[in-house]
Design a protein around this ligand. Structure first.
Ligand code: HEC
Ligand code: HEC
Ligand code: HEC
Length: 267
């Protein structure tokens, strides 16, 4: 139980275990019980290394997951910020009821789904975060939008300490989740989309997100790929899809995930 309640303690909040949702509470208890079984395996630290924050995709690449980074870089998710510029996809914008000539690159209504960590610690800040199409980082739909915030994160400590041989449930306690379809639905089909969206076949598209096997080269050839991480708890128990609103020109998160206190927090 320590992991889960440790997180709660540090964020000072029991507010996200809602008494009105006994199912969720039971799930938390069950998850915590399951996780404690792994506690000895990796000897994870009991305190967080720092405040979790977004750091961008380039740091996930580099020495650890470079083939994934290189593969992702060649996909539309690595160019989502470009779509907000005037004139880009003009026809689609017109069809979707948006102004094709408008500059949406600092528009609070767009950035949650077209950049990384907008409105959260370390996340994208319009006009401040640098934008580099050749080496995309925070300014696109990066790793952290689907996996979890990297900076100050216990999940990363566990990955490093175990040299990649962790169990999925170990890092789930720190924000990673494997209910990938709900992860996609943070943006795809989310009700806050100001434009209509194409339908996505989540199962079929999963392997195209970063088809990393083709991206091994001399620099990254030693990076691990085929490690069995076991089955994650969230695979069978999908978590909530985050909801948010724009209030007085700023993004506010509403329906928060289990790990609210540290994964979703305001700057
Ligand atoms: C749009 C969402 C999305 C983005 C962005 C994304 N991933 Fe993934 N990632 C996934 C999905 C979905 C899977 C599972 C793929 C499968 O089942 O074939 C996955 C799997 C992985 C795995 C294997 C995990 C395991 O437990 O087996 C690694 C490592 C990984 N991603 C790293 C990255 C890195 C590094 C980046 C950024 C450069 C990144 N991902 C960006 C969705 C994403
Ligand atoms: C943070 C928001 C976000 C998340 C999370 C996300 N996507 Fe996307 N996705 C986008 C945006 C924005 C585009 C538009 C890119 C474009 O049209 O160039 C897109 C485009 C796509 C496309 C279309 C690419 C094409 O060929 O036009 C597919 C397929 C896709 N996403 C699958 C997924 C899957 C599967 C997941 C979950 C594992 C996922 N996405 C998670 C924002 C997101
Ligand atoms: C709730 C998440 C969400 C928000 C908010 C959002 N988008 Fe998107 N956007 C997506 C997704 C997902 C896609 C990819 C699926 C698709 O193209 O239908 C996309 C695709 C696009 C495309 C490409 C469409 C095409 O058919 O080529 C454009 C252009 C775009 N968005 C612009 C914007 C602008 C401008 C805003 C703000 C006014 C915005 N988006 C806000 C999720 C979002």
């Amino acid at each position: 139980m320590e992991n889960i309640f440790g997180i709660r303690h540090m964020t000072g909040g029991s507010r996200y275990i809602r008494p009105s949702n006994p199912g969720l509470l039971l799930f938390v208890l069950w998850l915590a019980a399951g996780l404690s079984g792994y506690a000895g395996a990796a000897e994870p630290q009991t305190t967080m290394p720092g405040k979790p924050m977004y750091t961008g995709a380039t740091l996930c690449g580099g020495r650890c997951h470079d083939p994934w980074y290189q593969a992702w870089k060649d996909t539309p998710h690595a160019r989502t910020y470009e779509l907000l510029k005037p004139g880009v996809r003009a026809e689609a914008k017109r069809r979707g009821g948006l102004n094709p000539n408008a500059d949406y690159t600092a528009d609070v209504r767009c950035l949650r789904c077209h950049t990384t960590g907008y409105g959260q610690k370390g996340g994208f800040i319009p006009l401040k975060t640098s934008v580099n199409v050749r080496e995309p980082d925070l300014e696109q739909v990066g790793c952290e939008m689907c996996h979890t915030a990297r900076g100050g994160n216990q999940a990363r400590v566990i990955m490093k300490k175990t040299e990649g041989k962790f169990k999925r449930s170990q890092i789930e306690a720190w924000g990673e989740r494997y209910d990938y379809e709900n992860v996609c639905r943070r943006c795809h089909g989310h009700k806050k989309s100001p434009h209509p969206q194409r339908r996505i076949n989540f199962k079929a598209e999963r392997k195209n997100i970063h088809d990393y096997a083709k991206y091994y080269n001399d620099f990254n050839k030693t990076q691990e790929s085929k490690i069995d991480h076991g089955k994650g708890v969230t695979e069978d128990h999908p978590l909530a899809i985050e909801d948010w609103d724009v209030v007085d020109g700023a993004i506010r998160f509403k329906k928060l995930p289990l790990w609210e206190g540290w994964l979703i927090f305001n700057r």
